[in-house]
Design a protein around this ligand. Structure first.
Ligand code: NAD
Length: 271
């Protein structure tokens, strides 16, 4: 039985993660934590996730979170995820990170941590998005530079980073397939007299509204046709179940940085 713990337990994703662990026969909730001062501190995790009492109370510190955990699942904020990794030094706990919105410098720190422990890091844990990334690679290679690429994403009004980590990952996959550098070819939104479209750019459009869980469309538009590859999440449990599946998989991996393509065995099809 693998012991999985959740950081950010009271969050939109934290609650779903607790429920997703509860669904499995091969894993149990080892510990849960949220920020000091939150109303959930000290309560049984079942108050957050439903179901019968787990006997695990939500803690407000990393020591309690790490104790007895094989894998910690963290969906919080970039500074919180990095502070967790710093605080785990000396322990062999594995970490699944779902947080998005890391800066370049923060990503470098995350990569450094993966030298010493197994870390699974994906901007989107749904199986559907992971498969969509493979489809995008194939499509971009076939369409080449003759098709304009635009990425449109929509999320709920509470989301704090834009474009979404998933949209950026989709952009990265397409840019790599087209042998472009995303940092220099990305265009984020347009306004005013923009001039004609530069054919080597990849455009990003962001919608923030209501309770949209997560929608991504990659548009390839050429002369006389356009192709749209769309993924729509309709339930956060799709991310939570994927992350928990990844956590169980990570429990038997050596140190290194992994993503969902490794969990699904799709990594050998890259390149
Ligand atoms: P949320 O704001 O609902 O939840 C974040 C939780 O983290 C809150 O309960 C907050 O109190 C807690 N937190 C803050 N500081 C903390 C600390 N120091 N220690 C412990 N907990 C702390 O946000 P959310 O919608 O659950 O999203 C969280 C992150 O997950 C975001 O970055 C979001 O983009 C990302 N996300 C990723 C995926 C994916 O599949 N990878 C899917 C959905 C959301």
């Amino acid at each position: 039985m693998i012991s999985l713990s959740v950081n950010g337990a009271a969050g939109r994703m934290g609650r779903q993660l607790l429920a997703a662990i509860d669904e499995r026969d091969d894993a149990r909730i080892g510990a849960a934590a949220d920020a000091p001062g939150q109303a959930c501190i000290g309560v049984d995790t079942s108050v957050l996730a439903g179901g019968s009492p787990s006997g695990v109370q939500v803690a407000d510190n990393v020591a309690a979170l790490a104790s007895g955990s094989d894998v910690i699942i963290d969906f919080t904020a970039p500074s919180v995820s990095l502070a967790l990794l710093d605080a785990l030094q000396g322990l062999d706990t594995r970490v699944v990170i779902g947080t998005t919105g890391f800066s370049g410098e923060q990503l470098t720190r995350l990569h450094e941590h993966a030298v010493h422990r197994p870390i699974l890091f994906a901007p989107n844990y749904s199986v559907g998005v992971t498969v969509t990334l493979s489809l995008l690679q194939q499509a971009a290679r076939a369409f080449g530079d003759d098709y304009d690429v635009e990425i449109i994403e929509a999320h709920h009004r509470h989301k704090v980073d834009a474009p979404s980590g998933t949209a950026l990952k989709m952009g990265e996959v397409v840019a790599d397939a087209l042998e472009r550098d995303l940092a220099s070819c990305a265009v984020y939104g347009r306004e005013g007299i923009t001039g004609a479209r530069d054919s080597r750019t990849i455009g990003f459009e962001t919608i923030r509204a209501g309770d949209i869980i997560g929608e991504h469309t990659v548009l390839f538009a050429g002369a006389g046709e356009r192709i749209e590859i769309t993924h729509k999440a309709t339930d956060r449990m799709t991310f939570a179940r994927g992350a928990v599946r990844g956590a169980v998989w990570l429990a038997s991996q050596p140190s290194g940085l992994y993503d969902m393509t490794h969990v699904l065995g799709l990594d050998s099809q890259r390149g």
